[in-house]
Design a protein. Structure first.
Length: 163
């Protein structure tokens, strides 16, 4: 059975690491017969090139997968420590790698300027609620890069039907 799909407006709010941001974009919301839902959208900030983000959730977890110029994956389950990764873009791998010493894993191919940072999340809070014509996801987590604590982050995704 295929998922039901509809066009939605997505507001993303994040804070942590001494910064906060809010972005608005449009995407596609899919609801499956198994109770999972996911939203897919092109990231509105094109400074890192074209990247498509998929956020999938159910009652117990949220998973974020990014593909394109930026590639990453991270899963959030309340109280659990989950592993993920962030592939450094070829053009900026050396600059990004210098921000977190020792966090770069071996390159994917033969290009030494590409690398992968190991990410881990420990989810403190996680909630989602359905709203009239959409839903809201909220979670907070500790982020570790190569085993080093980098801060506590809070994210909120508000998804609503476009009328």
């Amino acid at each position: 059975m295929s998922a039901l799909k509809r066009t939605v407006r997505i507001r993303m709010e994040s804070s942590g690491g001494g910064q906060s941001s809010s972005q608005l974009t449009e995407g596609e919301l899919y609801e499956t017969a198994t109770g999972s839902s996911f939203v897919r959208y092109a990231e509105p900030d094109q400074s890192n090139g074209l990247t498509t983000t998929t956020v999938k959730w159910n009652e117990k977890e949220i998973k974020i997968v990014r593909h394109g110029e930026v590639n990453s994956d991270l899963t959030f389950i309340k109280g659990a420590r989950m592993s993920g990764s962030y592939w450094l873009p070829k053009r900026s791998a050396s600059a990004d790698a210098s921000l977190v010493k020792g966090a770069v894993l071996p390159p994917r191919g033969n290009d030494p300027t590409e690398g992968r940072m190991l990410l881990e999340s420990v989810t403190r809070t996680l909630s989602h609620r359905n709203t009239a014509g959409g839903c809201s996801l909220k979670w907070s987590y500790e982020l570790y890069v190569d085993g080093r604590f980098t801060g506590v982050y809070k994210l909120r995704l508000d998804i609503e039907d476009i009328k």
